[in-house]
Structure formats: structure tokens, C-alpha cells
Design a protein around this ligand. Structure first.
Ligand SMILES: Cc1cc2nc3c(=O)[nH]c(=O)nc-3n(C[C@H](O)[C@H](O)[C@H](O)COP(=O)(O)O)c2cc1C
Length: 363
């Protein structure tokens, strides 16, 4: 009997049994309603994709200060919890499972998003190159305010509070967003973290905030309901590290036995890169639990990664935008629809809930 996994093998994830190894990656769509509340259209969009083994929601700000883009949903108000409850109910009714991605953008923001038009916060007062999309048009990211040591317990608690709210909204678990140059990634990497206290300097110090967030979130949700997303090579949002292999090996080791899955953006997000600067196999071994790979996977490469033991789960980002029934299309070898990048962010149903399913062909 061979137990070589395929994309259609089941996978235990905490108390869940995923019916397949195909994950919908987190995808920001900038379509939340008034008060950054998910709309009924979001419930339809996610329910259309419920055949995924697991859905990871679009990044969702845990506090108002965590926002850096227009119309991204939050999980800090009662109205947002109610909006998300509509989404999780629709996904569960359609037979799916869904985690919420917990997000704080840190310095990748602008005063116009901040309560009281305050400066965005970050590990250090270092501006990110690049611009924010604000109601005043594109604006440079400002020099952020470095968080005081005394403020960090409050940041950690805001992850715990958001987790409580996510569970109240009916999510099956949460994914801590420590990737793509946002707050937790800003603490991890030495280009953006130049603190001289216990949260900066050595690798042990730079991973401390994530370590504390993991403790706080798992204390609320239980370790079986928590994943962590990392992007060791990504330079998106002006982020970098002098030794990504050592840093992310330490992070994976720190996470071992403490969370249910490790989700890794392998490479430069949305770009084809050359030789990897990080040995992902070594991260997987250091973590020791369920490993979810993402970034530029085709169905063929994903199947090969599972078969080779490189990954347990594969998350698809762009393919899920245009193919709500991606699982069926892969299973039947049907053509895949390329999504229209002009409708990725903002707007309404067009390019969001109007991609057709091919499952009528299934007989
Ligand atoms: C429109 C769009 C929105 C995205 N939003 C998020 C997000 O909210 N959180 C996140 O961690 N990554 C986000 N990503 C990155 C994807 O999750 C994924 O890592 C990336 O698309 C690479 O995977 P792919 O090659 O399968 O598309 C986004 C990507 C796209 C294209």
C-alpha cells in the first residue's frame, strides 16, 4: 500500500480533516464595506471557493492602527465580527473550512489610515521605500514611530483579542501573518529592526515578539487552530535580512510543536526567482509539523512537491482569483482561467464573484 500523498489526499489539521491538500492562499481584495465590515458579497466569494481543503482569509487588521490599504476588513469591532460570521456560515454551509489571517501592517501605512492621523508604528523609525494608496492618492510611507518597549505587551494582547473575536466569528482557526514586510516581519528582519532593547539586535531578540504573539494566540485558540505565515526571501515592502537562512531557521525551530502549520512563501512573492537564498527543506525539518508551501505553484509542481515530501499542503493565490472551483478543475484537468489584475483590488462583483465554474462539465 502506497501512502504517497496527492493533491486529493486528506490531511489532518488540528481537529479538522481537510478533504484535499489544496489551500486558498490569503488574498486581499479591498472590498470591505462601511466600517471595514465584510459584505454579503464576500460571503458569496468565499463560499464559491469552499471546496478548497482550507481557505485562509484575506489579511484582516487586528486593530485600527493595523490598516494600510483602503477597504480591507478588520476583526476589532462587533460589526466586523458579525460580517465575518456571515462569511464563515456561508463557507461552512458549502462544506468548507476557513482560517482568518491576523494582520498588522506596522509601517506599511499612512497617517490617513491611523486613528487621530497619528504616525504608523514600527520596530524602528525607518521609513519603507514605496507608497500607500490613500484617499489623498498615492503617498510616500512616512517615517514611522518606533514602538516603546512598554507598548509591546499591548500589541501582543491585540493579537489575542483578535483571535477571540475570530473564534466568535466562527473561524476554524487563525493564521498569524508574519510575512510580506508587515509588522511582525519588520521585527524579524534586521533591515527594518534596529532596536537596541530585548526585541532587536540578535536573532533571538528579533524573533521575541513573534514568539510572544504565538504564545498569546495559542493560549486563546489552542495550538491546533493556529498557523504562521513567513516569507523568508521576500523583499516586498522594502524588507530584507543579512542572513535569512539563520533567521528563519531559528523562527521555524521556535515554532516547532507550538502551532499546527507553517505556511511559507517560497521566494519573491508573485515573481519567478532564480536559486533560492533559503533552504526550505531545512525549515520544514526544523519545524517538524505540517508544512504549507506557496508561491508560483502550478498544479503539476504542487503534485510533485507533495510526492517528493517537500510539502504537506500547497496554497494557490492567483489561481484562486479566477477559478472558484480550482479543486474540480485540477482533478479533471480542465483549463484554468487567468484573472484580470485590474479587478484584484477594489470594486464590486466584477472580477470577484463572477468567475464561472467549470463543474457543469463534470457529469
Ligand atoms: C491580489 C493579491 C492579494 C494578496 N493578498 C495577500 C494577503 O492578504 N495576505 C498574504 O499573506 N498574502 C497575500 N498575497 C500573496 C498570496 O497569498 C501569494 O503568496 C502569492 O500570490 C503567490 O502565490 P501564487 O503564485 O499562487 O499566486 C496576495 C496576492 C495577490 C495576487
Amino acid at each position: 500500500m502506497s501512502d504517497t500523498p496527492t493533491l486529493f489526499s486528506t490531511q489532518r489539521l488540528g481537529a479538522l480533516t481537510l478533504p484535499n491538500r489544496i489551500v486558498m492562499a490569503p488574498l486581499t481584495r479591498c472590498r470591505a464595506g462601511e466600517g471595514n465590515v465584510p459584505t454579503p458579497l464576500a460571503a458569496l466569494y468565499y463560499a464559491q471557493r469552499a471546496s478548497a481543503g482550507l481557505i485562509v482569509s484575506e489579511a484582516t487588521q487586528i486593530v485600527p492602527e493595523g490598516q494600510g490599504y483602503p477597504s480591507t476588513p478588520g476583526i476589532h469591532s462587533d460589526a466586523q465580527v458579525a460580517g465575518w460570521r456571515r462569511v464563515t456560515d456561508a463557507v461552512h454551509a458549502a462544506g468548507g473550512r476557513m482560517f482568518l489571517q491576523l494582520w498588522h501592517v506596522g509601517r506599511i501605512s499612512h497617517q490617513t489610515f491611523q486613528p487621530g492621523e497619528a504616525l504608523p508604528v514600527a520596530p524602528s523609525a525607518i521609513a519603507a521605500a514605496g507608497q500607500a494608496m490613500t484617499r489623498l492618492g498615492m503617498q510616500d510611507h512616512p517615517v514611522p514611530r518606533a514602538l516603546e518597549l512598554a507598548e509591546l505587551p499591548g500589541v501582543v494582547e491585540s493579537y489575542a483579542m483578535a483571535t477571540r473575536r475570530a473564534l466568535a466569528a466562527g473561524f476554524d482557526g487563525v493564521e498569524i501573518h508574519a510575512a510580506n514586510g508587515y509588522l511582525l516581519d519588520q521585527f524579524l528582519r534586521d533591515k527594518s529592526n534596529q532596536r537596541s532593547d530585548a526585541y532587536g539586535g540578535s536573532i533571538a531578540n528579533r524573533i521575541r515578539l513573534l514568539d510572544e504573539v504565538v504564545s498569546a494566540v495559542t493560549a486563546v485558540a489552542g495550538e491546533g487552530r493556529v498557523g504562521v505565515r513567513l516569507s523568508p526571501e521576500n523583499t516586498f515592502n522594502d524588507i530584507d535580512d543579512s542572513d535569512p537562512q539563520a533567521l528563519f531557521h531559528a523562527v521555524a525551530t521556535m515554532l516547532r510543536g507550538r502551532v499546527e502549520y507553517l505556511h511559507v512563501v517560497e521566494g519573491e512573492d508573485r515573481k519567478t526567482t532564480g536559486e533560492p537564498r533559503v533552504d526550505y527543506g531545512s525549515l520544514r525539518t526544523a519545524f517538524g509539523g505540517t508544512y504549507m508551501a506557496c508561491c508560483n505553484y502550478t498544479p503539476e509542481r504542487a503534485a510533485a512537491a507533495l510526492e517528493a515530501g517537500h510539502a504537506d499542503l500547497v496554497a494557490f493565490g492567483r489561481l484562486y482569483l479566477g477559478n472558484p472551483d480550482l479543486v474540480t478543475r485540477i482533478r479533471l484537468g480542465l483549463p484554468l482561467t487567468r484573472s484580470d489584475a485590474k479587478t484584484w483590488y477594489g470594486g464590486a462583483a466584477k472580477g470577484y464573484t463572477d468567475y464561472p465554474v467549470a463543474s457543469t462539465l463534470e457529469g
